[in-house]
Design a protein around this ligand. Structure first.
Ligand code: SF4
Length: 316
């Protein structure tokens, strides 16, 4: 049914595909898995230039991840954001003792591996003939089949319908490349797209999927307090899901200003809120019991969020 489309897609991929990405020239499941997890919320360029190779240098195998402390894994993830990914990677490494399962259904059982990621790992590492459905592929399918609703079930059905069972590996790679190079979110390049002839949504691509209603981001305004005592600084390890495992300075929703000295102000934009905080310094040994004391040189070895790095710059 889609023979012609598959042919155009393969032709396009041969000429324009990104054949040299390091996770495409290997069938090492760990290296493919790592790239899939890093690429979930981050662009190829950032992953490639700053994170993928240093992480592999520090942890050459998944067993090395399994044997390491979560702190060390988080340190290599610092700056990449969405730290739950690193925590899940560490748990997964320990759970499978460095040896990933060899099919999508078992991969799906592991923390942090959703259906599309399981399909991607299995398709690229073990050549299982399964379609993937990452954000880029979703956008193509929404437009090609003119699907307005953000409906996972419909999208999976569409993913299987368009899938090329003859060349599954190349098809999946080509779809990822079309999504990031041609069917762009804001201005799709329909004139050079191999799907152009059959694409039902190309006259109004911005309607597929239907635009999200923009929510105003809430602003959190805590006070951050840097407690110091005997030349050491107090930090605690975050427990909330979002920055889980990272070290950070004490934060209060309310704080008596006369208890400390104002150091400055920081602003940090997160995907779901903005942090807007005054930073105080306070000389006191009495901090909450979850805190530990570190010399300034020791703090460099801890993994901190972007906001806490900004606080650190105010004190050193
Ligand atoms: S023709 Fe345009 S809208 Fe349709 S898939 Fe290609 S780039 Fe996207």
């Amino acid at each position: 049914m889609h023979n012609k489309i598959h042919h155009s897609l393969m032709q396009w991929y041969k000429i324009h595909g990104r054949h040299d990405l390091p996770w495409r020239i290997t069938n090492n499941p760990y290296k493919i898995y790592l790239s899939e997890i890093m690429l979930q919320q981050t662009q190829v360029k950032t992953v490639l230039e700053r994170f993928y190779f240093p992480f592999l240098e520090k942890f050459p195998t998944l067993l090395d991840v399994a044997k390491s402390d979560l702190d060390d894994v988080l340190k290599m993830w610092e700056g990449l954001g969405y730290y739950t990914r690193a925590k899940n990677l560490h748990t997964t490494a320990q759970k499978c003792q460095g040896d990933l399962p060899k099919n999508a259904s078992e991969l799906l059982e592991l923390p942090g591996i959703g259906r599309s990621t399981a399909h991607a790992i299995s398709a690229f590492a073990y050549k299982e003939a399964l379609p993937i459905l990452d954000a880029n592929v979703k956008r193509i399918l929404h437009r090609y089949f003119a699907i307005e609703a953000r409906d996972e079930k419909k999208l999976w059905k569409a993913a299987y319908e368009l899938f090329d069972t003859k060349y599954p590996f190349e098809y999946n790679q080509a779809m990822m490349d079309i999504g990031s190079m041609v069917c762009l979110a804001k201005k799709p390049l329909c004139d050079v797209c191999p799907f152009e002839k059959g694409c039902e949504g190309k006259s109004a691509p911005q309607n597929f999927p239907e635009p999200k209603i923009k929510k105003i981001k809430p602003v959190r305004k805590p006070t951050i307090v840097v407690y110091t005592h005997n030349g050491k600084i107090a930090l605690s390890q975050r427990k909330e899901r979002f920055l889980h495992g990272l070290w950070g300075f004490v934060q209060y929703e309310t704080f008596e200003e006369n208890e400390g000295v104002l150091l400055g102000h920081i602003t940090q934009h997160y995907s779901h809120f903005t942090l807007d905080a005054d930073v105080y310094k306070c000389e006191s040994e009495y901090v909450n019991e979850e805190c530990e004391w570190f010399a300034p040189s020791e703090i460099n070895h801890l993994s901190l969020s972007g906001a806490d790095h900004k606080v650190l710059k105010l004190i050193v």
